[in-house]
Design a binder for this molecule. Structure first.
Ligand SMILES: NC(=O)c1ccc[n+]([C@@H]2O[C@H](COP(=O)([O-])OP(=O)(O)OC[C@H]3O[C@@H](n4cnc5c(N)ncnc54)[C@H](OP(=O)(O)O)[C@@H]3O)[C@@H](O)[C@H]2O)c1
Ligand SMILES: [Zn+2]
Length: 347
């Protein structure tokens, strides 16, 4: 079957439609006919090649997808052929100590659809039945495809790892990113006061429309992030800062924390190695915490909020399958805001 991905690692020029074998569901697995798939920044890293993550090539990209159950393997209950579903791209083994404790995102064999396995921008995906969930009725296939990876990441990062409490001052670094647009909504749902910090005035202002209380603009030269956030907090500091940018911002995020504050790091888009003054950490009793994806229980909570409409996927654009290459190139567009979705034809 055809899928969108690459045969050789590299840049955008390596993107192409490739052929991979059609997967068959084994016991406990479900085959989903994909109707919509969404990209994440992760796909760019996978295309470039992630050190220590060997993958099968040709490789199909995409961690997010929604579609219709096509076939069920032996022993599957809970979903049936013809049912509209969405995919949880986090794959765990269910047998290690972490999984048995219900902390699936800490599974020693944790994998992500489309990163460690063939991805979702294709006709069929096979996953364990526990990764296939009825699609909330209020969501289209495109919206359902846009939600799973970013909202589970945002939920765990803010609720579990960031321990956001009602009334907390929360800053989200980045306005238009897939995860940032989800984090703003999750932090608001948890009762926080949320400021979005972006390099772009226009995108920062757009963040208000998805629930941010305030928007600030920063730049390295005249308006450094720490000073801008410090002023916004009226010199109280931030309780929680969501930072997926990495090297250029994490040291400044640390400086903008209140006593006891937490910087939650889920990615390092602009560079992985940062220098932090440890004295700031111990004197203010602040911390830098890492977070990845979410446990099964957290994913279920996210699904509940998607079903009730309290969390709403932010879709930048939806393009037909033939234009997957153009869709992917949106990652370099300065006005990218939300998730990029590709529709997959049903026949
Ligand atoms: N650990 C996990 O489970 C997990 C899950 C999802 C993603 N991630 C990682 O988290 C990162 C974000 O993912 P995503 O899909 O949300 O990416 P995305 O949609 O491309 O968003 C990137 C965001 O980062 C901001 N940004 C990028 N470079 C910046 C810079 N130099 N200075 C300031 N802001 C910058 C952008 O801000 P503006 O919009 O304001 O321009 C944008 O909001 C990626 O590195 C991804 O691999 C990790
Ligand atoms: Zn496990």
């Amino acid at each position: 079957m055809r899928g969108f991905g690459f045969r050789e690692h590299g840049g955008f020029d390596r993107l192409e439609f490739v052929e991979i074998p059609e997967p068959e569901p084994g016991p406990g697995e479900v085959r989903v006919a994909i109707r919509a798939a969404a990209f994440n920044r992760l796909d760019r890293f996978t295309l470039a090649g992630i050190p220590g993550v060997p993958i099968e090539r040709p490789h199909v990209l995409g961690s997010d997808g929604a579609g219709v159950v096509d076939r069920c393997g032996d022993g599957v209950s809970g979903v049936a052929p013809g049912q509209p579903v969405l995919l949880n791209p986090g794959i765990w083994d269910g047998t290690c100590e972490a999984c048995l404790r219900g902390e699936e995102s800490l599974c020693r064999a944790y994998r992500i659809l489309g990163e460690h396995t063939q991805g979702s921008v294709t006709r069929y995906v096979v996953l364990p039945a526990r990764n296939v969930h009825p699609r909330p009725e209020r969501l289209s296939f495109a919206e359902a495809a846009a939600a799973p990876l970013v909202f589970q990441t945002a939920w765990r990062a803010m609720k579990t790892v960031g321990a956001v409490r009602p009334g907390d001052r929360v800053a989200v670094i980045g306005a238009g990113g897939g995860v940032p647009t989800a984090v703003v909504q999750v932090a608001k749902l948890l009762g926080a006061r949320v400021v979005v910090a972006s390099r772009s005035r226009e995108k920062a202002e757009r963040a208000r429309a998805i629930g941010a209380d305030d928007a600030v603009v920063f730049d390295e030269a005249d308006h450094p992030l720490d000073k801008v956030l410090w002023q916004w907090s009226q010199k109280n500091g931030l309780d929680v800062i969501f930072d997926s940018v990495g090297a250029p911002t994490v040291p400044r995020s640390v400086r903008a924390l209140a006593r006891g504050g937490r910087v939650v790091v889920i990615g390092a888009t602009a560079g992985p190695v940062a220098e932090v003054d440890l004295r700031t950490l111990f004197w203010r009793q602040s911390s830098i915490r890492g977070s990845t994806m979410a446990d099964r229980r957290e994913f279920d909570q996210v699904l509940g909020h998607l079903a009730s409409g309290k969390l709403r996927p932010v879709v930048d654009s939806v393009r037909p399958w033939e234009e997957a290459g153009e869709a992917f190139r949106r990652f370099d567009a300065p006005d990218l805001f939300g998730k990029v979705v590709v529709e997959v034809p049903s026949s």
